[in-house]
Design a protein around this ligand. Structure first.
Ligand SMILES: NC(=O)c1ccc[n+]([C@@H]2O[C@H](COP(=O)([O-])OP(=O)(O)OC[C@H]3O[C@@H](n4cnc5c(N)ncnc54)[C@H](O)[C@@H]3O)[C@@H](O)[C@H]2O)c1
Ligand SMILES: [Zn+2]
Length: 354
């Protein structure tokens, strides 16, 4: 698929020629690589042939969202300081969205900003977290509470990292690919219809277009004043579901919650009369083909609405939604009241019981 997004995003080949030539031409004084125990084991060896990498200083942190904190940044800053990193040193963030968001944030603060590039290793990090310049860490239980907008010098994209990525993680990232199609590209949506087994996908066919969609939207509204909100399709209800499951025995991955969120928000789009019944059914059918149904406890709507209230987009007691008016067409700033939301959640529950 044709790709026209920002030049700093590079689709590399499996021998990482572009990365190699970037590092050879770069005049950094020292090279650092941020990894977690999993990306050190599975991803770093894939870069072993690159001469510059063998001279780099590796900083390893523990994997997981619970480590996306200022304490971990302090650990990174200590390591950088102990190894005499300067502003002209280069940090490579090799990992999923946690490494990308936190490594970028730590680099941007270190000596008021050292150089950094991202090599995302999960599907979610490739099609979502690496594009758009949002960096940061969680704070006092609040997600991405401390952070900034800043861009890496390069984002190097290669799907060979998926060889070691658990299928569940792959599927979670796939929710964002589906979202990009639904909000911006009916052709991509048609292409996705042919996919039901995520282990058999030719990612190089899909990733460039998915990245391009996000990149084009972000370019038009870098700081989320308007249009960028369309990227929140499925996320208002999705985040509430994700939070509801957070402290249970079976927490959901982000994309698993967003998948259900997209079904419910397609119903919402249908209920307020902007999306046809047939399109909403088409969306629901496909998402249910890829993602397992998840039963939401709707006996206690208060709990659900408590989580929904946390959404950053809310205005004057009304919930603000990004919805779709067709496959490939999104709208934003739609206020919706409690009753309709409740009805959609009930629709979803009935659907999965049937
Ligand atoms: N900046 C943004 O715009 C943006 C957008 C979306 C999400 N995010 C952030 O991204 C994070 C989620 O990213 P994620 O889903 O990549 O999670 P993650 O970074 O936690 O990675 C998921 C798991 O996969 C492991 N892993 C990574 N690559 C691997 C590989 N190739 N093989 C085997 N294991 C591998 C990681 O160690 C981790 O255990 C969240 O913190 C979220 O806030 C940011
Ligand atoms: Zn998301």
């Amino acid at each position: 698929m044709h790709f026209t997004a920002d030049q700093y995003i590079v689709f590399d080949n499996s021998t990482f020629e572009s990365l190699n030539s970037f590092l050879s031409d770069s005049d950094h004084d020292k090279l650092f690589i941020l990894v977690d125990e999993k990306t050190r084991k599975h991803c770093l060896p894939k870069l072993a042939e690159i001469p510059a990498i063998s001279l780099a200083c590796t900083i390893e942190i523990k994997s997981g969202e619970e480590h996306k904190t200022l304490q971990t940044c302090e650990y990174i800053w200590n390591d950088l300081t102990a190894n005499n990193a300067s502003r002209n040193s280069l940090l490579i963030n090799l990992g999923g969205g946690v490494i990308g968001d936190m490594g970028g944030f730590a680099a941007s603060c270190y000596k008021r900003g050292m150089r950094f590039i991202n090599i995302p290793t999960t599907l979610l990090a490739i099609v979502d977290a690496s594009v758009g310049g949002k960096l940061g860490v969680d704070f006092n239980g609040l997600k991405n509470h401390i952070g900034m907008f800043n861009h890496p010098e390069k984002v190097i994209i290669q799907s060979c990292f998926f060889e070691s990525l658990p299928e569940r993680q792959l599927r979670s990232g796939f929710a964002e690919v589906i979202k990009h199609a639904l909000i911006a590209d009916s052709n991509l949506w048609t292409y996705l219809q042919g996919i039901d087994d995520l282990t058999q996908v030719n990612w190089d066919e899909i990733i460039p277009r998915s990245v391009e969609i996000k990149s084009e939207i972000v370019a038009q509204d870098p700081t989320e004043k308007g249009l960028r909100k369309v990227l929140n399709f499925g996320h208002t209800i999705g985040h509430a579901i994700e939070s509801m499951f957070l402290n249970t025995e079976k927490p959901l991955l982000h994309g698993e919650a967003v998948a259900i969120g997209m079904i419910c928000e397609a119903f919402l789009s249908e209920n307020i009369g902007i999306l046809s019944v047939s399109k909403s059914e088409e969306i629901m059918r496909y998402i249910r083909k890829i993602f397992a149904d998840i039963s939401i406890n709707i006996d206690n709507f208060d709990v659900f609405f408590d989580y929904l209230k946390q959404d950053k987009k809310n205005k004057a007691e009304k919930y603000q939604f990004s919805l779709i008016s067709d496959i490939g067409k999104a709208v934003f700033d739609h206020s919706v009241g409690n009753d309709l939301i409740e009805e959609c959640m009930k629709n979803y529950q009935e659907l999965i019981k049937a």
